[in-house]
Design a protein around this ligand. Structure first.
Ligand code: NAD
Ligand code: MG
Length: 388
């Protein structure tokens, strides 16, 4: 394998750090072109120096002088602002790892797609809020989307493209999160600390809360719909608390192919970074006898309404997935700040989805407009609920 130059968007996060861990262990295979973060200047500057990046970018313009200072004497270029993050994605590199959290990742991810890049996609929100635009841009510019989300990576590994017509369904597995066995009454009182303590995966705060509400699986349903061009009815969700089977594909002959592994994002990330080859990853090896058993349950849309909301958003189409995503981002932030109850997260998303579903956005500017309007509506709904 020739050396691959990587631009890593969201370098300081959970996915960003796992990516850099793989890069560090394979110095002959990878080099870093650019690293970006939101505000974590110290960590970003340290990463940029350690990996010899050419460019480091903070999205928050107020952090520019701190970054400049932290990179003093290193020869590494510093830049700031959302446009500079998108500029970083436009620079020539072999792979762009899209690991920003939320719809903030859409403009730079699309910028990478529009230069025909190979994009390792962790930032599922970008695809959720602009699926049709992203898919069209990938086709138009000859870009490659490599799914890093563990479920989609599993499907990608066992999805026989040349046998598309024989694919009947895909089955997304879900751990069920920390409240899988909780009643609605018990969920009403859970705290942010309980919600971010995921039983199997160590992840950023936002996706951890999404796993607890099961909005994560809802977003992944939408993500799978766009990545694999399958209708919502052919995408099933299966609760599998051990997170060992990462997802499955069912074929016309009754065969069901699955990908298994321990829950560690470095496996799907390694698959993407070395695709179409495979590389070694420093993860624990799967020991099925040691585990003894794998268990499965049907998902419960009564206790976890986001599963239903995501299907509804896909059926409504147009801007509905973008509205659902923006409202959820706002509600999760309010929950993490202690301004909103856990069950209110889905209630806010449902309410905003019912209030406004603008027509299908025709450009990324229109998606961002829909996103902004849904955030205003969500902020108002959150205020009402908080004072109720
Ligand atoms: P995280 O919160 O740990 O990291 C987010 C990164 O994005 C950080 O580098 C942060 O500085 C940057 N960022 C945040 N807001 C930004 C903004 N407005 N502009 C520019 N940069 C910004 O999140 P994470 O857990 O690493 O998740 C990243 C993405 O990957 C999410 O979309 C998530 O759904 C997806 N994902 C994560 C995991 C996981 O195991 N963590 C698994 C599957 C998918
Ligand atoms: Mg996932």
């Amino acid at each position: 394998m020739t050396v691959r130059r990587i631009t890593l968007l969201g370098a300081t996060g959970s996915i960003g750090r796992s990516t850099l861990d793989l890069v560090e262990r394979n110095p002959e295979a990878f080099e870093i072109e650019a690293l970006t973060a939101n505000r974590s200047v110290t960590v970003l500057a340290e990463q940029a120096r350690r990996f010899g990046a050419r460019l480091a970018v903070v999205a928050d313009p107020d952090c520019y002088s701190d970054l400049k200072e932290a990179l003093q004497g290193s020869g590494i270029e510093a830049a700031a602002g959302a446009d500079a993050v998108a500029e970083a994605a436009r620079r020539p590199s072999d792979l762009v790892v899209a690991a920003i959290v939320g719809s903030a990742g859409l403009p730079p991810t699309l910028a990478a797609v529009e230069r025909g890049a190979a994009v390792v996609l962790a930032n599922k929100e970008a695809l959720v809020c602009a699926g049709p635009l992203m898919v069209a841009a990938v086709a138009r510019h000859g870009a490659t989307l490599l799914p890093a989300d563990s479920e989609h990576n599993a499907i990608f590994q066992v999805f026989e493209q040349e046998e598309r017509a024989a694919i009947e369904r895909i089955i997304l597995t879900a751990s069920g999160g920390p409240f899988r066995t909780f009643s609605r009454e018990a969920m009403a009182d859970v705290t942010p600390a309980q919600a971010v303590a995921h039983p199997n995966w160590d992840m950023g705060a936002k996706i951890s809360v999404d796993s607890a509400t099961m909005m994560n699986k809802g977003l992944e349903l939408i993500e799978a719909h766009y990545l694999f061009a399958l209708p919502e009815q052919q995408i099933e969700i299966l609760v599998h608390p051990q997170s060992v089977i990462h997802s499955l594909v069912g074929y016309a002959d009754g065969s069901v192919l699955a990908q298994l592994g321990v829950p560690d994002m470095r496996t799907p990330l390694a698959y993407c970074l070395s695709w179409p080859r495979r590389m070694s990853a420093p993860v624990d090896r799967l020991d099925l006898a040691g585990l003894g058993q794998l268990t499965f349950e049907s998902p419960d849309e009564e206790r976890f309404p986001p599963l239903r909301l995501a299907r509804e958003a896909l059926r409504t189409g147009g801007a509905a997935p973008a509205v659902l995503n923006a409202a959820n981002e706002m509600a999760v932030a309010a929950f993490l700040e202690g301004r909103l109850g856990f069950l209110d997260i889905a209630a806010v998303a449902e309410s905003v989805l019912a209030q406004q579903v603008p027509r299908a956005p025709a450009s990324v500017a229109e998606v961002l407009e829909v996103d902004a309007q849904a955030r205003v509506a969500a902020a108002e709904t959150i205020r009402q609920r908080a004072s109720a």
